[in-house]
Design a protein around this ligand. Sequence first.
Ligand code: DGL
Length: 283
Amino acid sequence: MIGVFDSGSGGLTVMRALEHALPTESFIYLGDHGNAPYGNRSPADIYDLTLRGIERLFGLGCSLVIIACNTAAATGLRQLQQTWLPHAYPQHRVIGIIVPMIEAITGMPWEAQATTATLTDVTPAGPALHVAVCATRHTVNSGAYVTEIAKRAPTIRVTQQACPELARMIDDGATDDEIRPYVGTYIGELLVPPRDVPDVCILACTHYPLIEHLFREVLPSRVRLLTQGDVTAASLQRYLARHPRFVSAEAAATVYLTTGDPVHVSAVAGRFYGRVVQFQGLS
Ligand code: DGL
């Protein structure tokens, strides 16, 4: 079984793509709704909650966990991969959703040799690619995208834009008309002169696919918008091909667990998934 962890419901936008791309896999989705949103918490808090969620998924039989939350992955994934996992669970693996996005923008798998040769796949402008990252303030402050992109493709120019109100508004069920001015303000800040128009804009929060159309409205049409579901699914397919021991032995199914109130979560989470999802409570 493969575990998918998120602070709440945003990870369902990734979960949906994983199920679609890997229909024979068995998944457990764990949303930490009882402690969401993570964006307003301290890094130490986010790290501890993420670790606890991963341990719960390991305890339920998952040996591979995907952190389907940028805020959690940006805060602690590298640290837990390097310091905690090797001695606590040496046979288990935890992966995130930042590397798959970097694979998508560089056009090369993470395990390949770093090169700028394939960047023309993304834009005729070639290696001087300009990538904008729209994310929670916490993800922006972590600098995780800047750091990870620099490791693989140092010629890519990265501009970050914090969009601090969006995840909360989406969770609260705000309408397009209520959210539109906020998106307009954030993209206005992103494009303020002398900043130039990016080639690619990454929606680096798993909540944002719900309002992708609002970003599209204000971004110039030549900007390529990327969301995380499909790129994470494609990356996981390659990962399982390289590491077949993580391919599920169980029959295909997904179980949805929450640390919050399962009745309330089941009532609202369908917006992130495209259909009703029944959550079970995890005490
Ligand atoms: N969906 C989360 C992300 O991808 C943000 C939500 C939160 O703050 O918990 O960053």
